[in-house]
Design a protein around this ligand. Structure first.
Ligand SMILES: [Ca+2]
Ligand SMILES: [Ca+2]
Length: 186
């Protein structure tokens, strides 16, 4: 018998309750919900994540993904029976607040030293950026950490010796040469 079809009336002894109570005849009539008997037949009080379907007359899953709860461009929504999941994109993390799942930006800058000692971190939706101080440069695009530049690789100290320093360098000059005021040449 299809859900919602009426059972034929049967002759019942006067002491018995009239068994047109569909809730009692088919305890699973609502699926994911409680059956409530009313004057116009049964209705269902559906569990969370399900809604009453007036034509099919039982509780059907809500496709929460239609409302993009994970956030457009932030994650992929996967509908499940009674709920949904978010598969968050890189740079986003799952947040569950009062049963609502969404993908929120990771504030990478909240971690100390994310850009190293030579840079300042700026958070952006889905990523972050390191701005390096003079004398530092970004290590790689995959790891935007500010690394000290080794200026001595360029041999800047003609007539002297180069010493690399964090964020800087210094020239020590050979006899007969004097360092420039900034000690960056001889
Ligand atoms: Ca669902
Ligand atoms: Ca971010």
């Amino acid at each position: 018998m299809t859900p919602g079809a009426r059972y034929p009336a049967v002759e019942i002894a006067p002491t018995q309750v009239t068994e047109t109570d569909e809730c009692k005849l088919n305890r699973n009539i609502c699926g994911h919900g409680e059956c409530i008997m009313g004057a116009a037949g049964y209705t269902c009080l559906c569990y969370s994540g399900y809604r009453w379907h007036p034509q099919r007359r039982f509780c059907t899953d809500v496709n929460e993904c239609e409302a993009e709860p994970c956030g457009l461009g932030k994650g992929v929504c996967m509908n499940t029976g009674g709920s949904y999941n978010c598969h968050c994109n890189r740079g986003y993390q799952l947040k569950v607040h009062k049963g609502v799942r969404s993908c929120v930006d990771i504030d990478e800058c909240a971690k100390p030293h994310v850009c190293g000692d030579g840079g300042t971190c700026t958070n952006y939706p889905g990523h972050y950026k390191c701005d390096c101080r003079p004398g530092y440069r970004v290590k790689s695009s995959r790891q935007p950490l500010c690394k000290d530049m080794d200026e001595c690789e360029e041999s800047p100290c003609k007539h002297g010796w180069c010493e690399n320093l964090p964020g800087s360098f210094r020239c020590t000059c050979q006899d007969g040469f004097a360092p420039a005021p900034n000690a960056r040449s001889c």
